[in-house]
Write a new protein. Structure first.
Ligand code: HEM
Length: 347
């Protein structure tokens, strides 16, 4: 499913990059009185993209049928796969508007963004379907509140950077076809906005890397954030290379594929900030878990005060005596190397 959604986005980009927009001048059939394309390049590329959408609908319907048969019923998966079907139909309808508006760049942008929304749902579906189901379990954070906030800001920044990327395409030479309208902004200015957002995002991600290292977050979280940084830097490198080499279509295609990879990796990283096993939820509320993880910071600060010879306000907690001792949520205690390497839990 995930691979098909990525293929949909990449073949959509291939339509723009090969100037094949309107290769099929009608919708849903290629021509008014004929379903299939003529035997020439542009109609074949455009029609190929439409065939991927058909495959996508079939795959999403299969998902709905499969998850509807799970026992106990996985309502979350039913909603997600049902949402995929609805989203794909929406994507196809916006595709029709793209054709009838003769490749209006703003509609093309919306078309791409719906593709990214579908990618989001498909990724969440894959992540949820891939782990054991514990009825009533709640996700419990493995990191501190501040770190969660930074991660959410990163998601928002990346989404903005992607929208700005689509506007950059709309202002550039690959807006859909040789005669497609363009967004009335100089390409260089749009590139500045797009790459500026990306540089901000990379800077924020590096701040998070440092924070997770300082707070001794679970190794699995630190590993994921390193992979995320690597994927962002690689994508940024491709971005600059394509711009300074005058946007060769093949490299721009790789950049679009890279955008899907970075988005998937970011969602995967964010998902990894929570313990989904249900073990934490059975024993504590997620608020407790926040307290526990944040208490790690308090303990570190207490250690620092110790070293400085200052009075120790956290003494009761550190020695295990006092009210806070009653918060053995078990998560986020990654400072203890004896814990579960995945959750940082010490049972
Ligand atoms: C995390 C990093 C990045 C992501 C996720 C990203 C994502 C995107 C996306 C989604 C598009 C629109 C593709 C389309 O509509 O077909 C795009 C276009 C573009 N990006 Fe990036 N980008 C990143 C970094 C950069 C950087 C650092 C540059 C540096 C100049 C850059 C330059 C461009 C250019 C020039 C385009 C327009 C290409 C065209 O003509 O179609 N990107 N980017």
């Amino acid at each position: 499913m995930l691979a098909l959604v990525v293929l949909n986005i990449v073949t959509g980009a291939a339509v723009r990059l090969s100037d094949s927009g309107l290769g099929c001048p009608d919708w849903p059939s290629c021509y008014r009185h004929r379903l299939t394309p003529a035997l020439s390049l542009h109609p074949a590329i455009e029609f190929g993209n439409r065939l991927v959408v058909v495959a996508l609908v079939l795959a999403a319907l299969t998902c709905v049928v499969l998850v509807a048969r799970t026992s106990p019923l996985r309502r979350d998966l039913v909603w997600l796969s049902g949402g995929l079907v609805a989203g794909i139909i929406g994507e196809a309808l916006v595709g029709a508007i793209v054709v009838y508006s003769k490749l209006n760049p703003y509609v093309v942008m919306v078309h791409f963004c719906i593709g990214i929304a579908l990618l989001t749902v498909a990724t969440i579906l894959a992540l949820r379907a891939g782990r054991p189901f514990t009825p009533g379990a709640r996700a419990v954070p493995k990191v501190r509140k501040t770190e969660l906030r930074i991660a959410r800001t990163m998601l928002a920044l990346l989404a903005l950077a992607i929208v700005a990327g689509t506007a950059t395409t709309g202002a550039g030479p690959h807006a859909g076809g040789a005669n497609a309208k363009r967004i009335p902004v100089r390409l260089e200015n749009m590139v500045r906005v797009h790459s500026g957002l990306v540089l901000l995002l990379i800077a924020l991600t590096l701040v998070l890397v440092y924070s997770l290292y300082r707070s001794r977050a679970p190794e699995v979280v630190q590993e994921r954030v390193r992979i995320l940084v690597a994927s962002m830097i690689a994508q940024g490198f491709i971005g600059y290379t394509q711009f300074f080499s005058h946007l060769p279509p093949l490299l721009v295609g790789v950049h679009v594929f890279g955008a899907t990879v970075v988005w998937i990796v970011t969602l995967w990283f964010y998902d990894g900030l929570y313990d989904h096993s249900g073990r934490g939820a059975l024993r504590s509320s997620s608020r407790d878990a926040h307290e526990s993880v944040d208490a790690r910071g308090a303990r570190d600060a207490a250690g620092a005060r110790d070293a400085a010879g200052a009075p120790d306000a956290a003494e009761p907690f550190r020695r295990g005596a006092g009210p806070r001792q009653r918060i053995p949520t078990g998560v986020g205690t990654a400072a203890d190397n004896t814990g579960d390497p995945d959750t940082g839990r010490r049972d």
